[in-house]
Write a protein that binds this ligand. Structure first.
Ligand SMILES: *Cc1c(COP(=O)(O)O)cnc(C)c1O
Length: 398
């Protein structure tokens, strides 16, 4: 059985994950195949890292071509792929400077360091006094500094002492942010839609109000678009839903095209330019292979085709999920092709529902007990979503 094979591959792995008992060996588009040849529709997309699906031919072609030419230089030397990637990514973001890193957590860490350095060098905050305002329910990664401002006990317990300098306020309340701003506040760091928390969509006007409050108080607005960005919600960024432009975009996940970790901080040079040679870096950040993949991703996003498709499929997904509310589902939250679905506790936990869906060939992930999250690859077909939601309806009807 799949279970035994999964266990066999697991014996030497640290227990920091509790995966569904499926062992995947290949993938194409929205579909994956396990070691026994059973096919599943992947409605998680590696938490939005696979926005373009498994093995997108254009991304694979870019990776293959670069793989044979040059893969790593370190930033001790220039390479001929990174500059063009940075130019394209800056243009996509409407900014003029890009700091390339690898993982999302590194982009967040970089954003924090940058905001602090800007605070001391430009805003004039006294040394070591900088404060960053964050939201309750946030998920920004797993490093010691990042879990320092998480309010999720599972993420924090046992990992102190924590990094100071963060102030938590309720998510979705711009008034609470403005009230928390002091002369030492250098930045507000939020997810425009909270992903890991269960696709929590803030009230309309929140992002606009955060933009206004930060601008009024000479505080940077840092948008963590690592999961919400790059076409997922039907626009390039979730901030675009309110036509809001933050000072810093934090990008990751889909920027790597489902091939490798590629992340970045994108901002204007009056902010990003405060970092000087030697002050920050990464051996692999901006490597030629990552730059080739990331550049192709940016080119694919520049046409707007994926944003449009996510918007259309997302409207469809919302339409077919809606009838489940009151029938095993207590609430749905949909933004573009991204859905948080709260399962009626009487029918089981999110995990139990995810396991039953898996048995029917649909892969999703539970979060925070009762919620299942759907983030289908944007290449998925409407008829495949119909089929998957029908499987959910059958699971909930049992
Ligand atoms: C996944 C995620 C991160 C962390 O990215 P990693 O690549 O896992 O380090 C940070 N912020 C948000 C909003 C995320 O969803």
């Amino acid at each position: 059985m799949t279970d035994n094979l999964a266990t066999a591959t697991d014996v030497n792995l640290a227990h920091n994950y509790h995966p569904l008992p499926v062992t995947i060996s290949s993938g194409e588009g929205a579909w994956v195949t396990d070691v026994e040849g059973k096919r599943y529709l992947d409605l998680l997309s590696a938490y939005s890292a696979l926005n373009f699906g498994h093995g997108h031919p254009e991304i694979l072609a870019a990776a293959h071509a670069q793989l044979d030419r040059l893969t790593l230089t370190s930033r001790a030397f220039n390479n001929d792929v990174l500059g063009p990637f940075a130019t394209a990514l800056a243009a996509l973001c409407g900014k003029d400077m890009v700091l390339p890193m690898n993982t999302g957590a590194e982009a967040v860490e970089s954003g924090i360091k940058l905001a602090r350095a800007w605070g001391y060098r430009v805003k004039g905050v006294p040394a070591d006094a900088a404060q960053i305002i964050v939201a309750n329910g946030n998920f920004h990664g797993r490093t010691t500094t990042i879990v320092s401002f998480s309010d999720d006990d599972t993420a924090r317990n046992g990992f102190g002492p924590f990094t100071p300098g963060f102030v938590n306020v309720p998510y979705g309340d711009a008034g609470a942010i403005e009230a928390a701003i002091t002369p030492n506040t250098v930045a507000v760091l939020i997810e425009p839609i909270q992903g890991e928390a269960g696709v929590i969509i803030p009230p309309a006007g929140y992002l606009t109000a955060v933009r206004e409050a930060t601008a009024r108080n000479n505080v940077l607005f840092i948008a963590d678009e690592i999961q919400s960005g790059l076409a997922r919600v039907g626009t390039t960024f979730a901030c675009d839903r309110e036509n809001v432009v933050p000072d810093l975009y934090l990008l990751g996940k889909a920027l790597g095209g489902g091939v490798m970790p590629v992340s970045a901080v994108v901002a204007n040079s009056d902010i990003l330019g405060v970092i000087q040679p030697g002050e920050h870096g990464s051996t692999f950040g901006g490597n030629p292979l990552a730059a080739a993949v990331g550049h192709r991703v940016v080119q694919m996003l520049a046409t707007g085709e994926f944003q449009e498709r996510a918007a259309q499929l997302g409207a469809h997904l919302e339409q077919i999920l809606q009838p489940l509310v009151g029938h095993g589902v207590t609430e749905i939250r949909v933004a573009g092709l991204w859905a948080g679905i709260d399962i009626d506790p009487a029918l089981g936990t999110g995990r139990q529902i995810a396991e039953k869906l898996m048995a029917r060939g649909v892969l999703v992930k539970d979060t925070h007990g009762q919620t299942i999250r759907m983030a289908p690859p944007i290449v998925v077909r409407a008829t495949e979503l119909d089929w998957a939601v029908e499987q959910l309806r059958l699971v909930l009807a049992v």
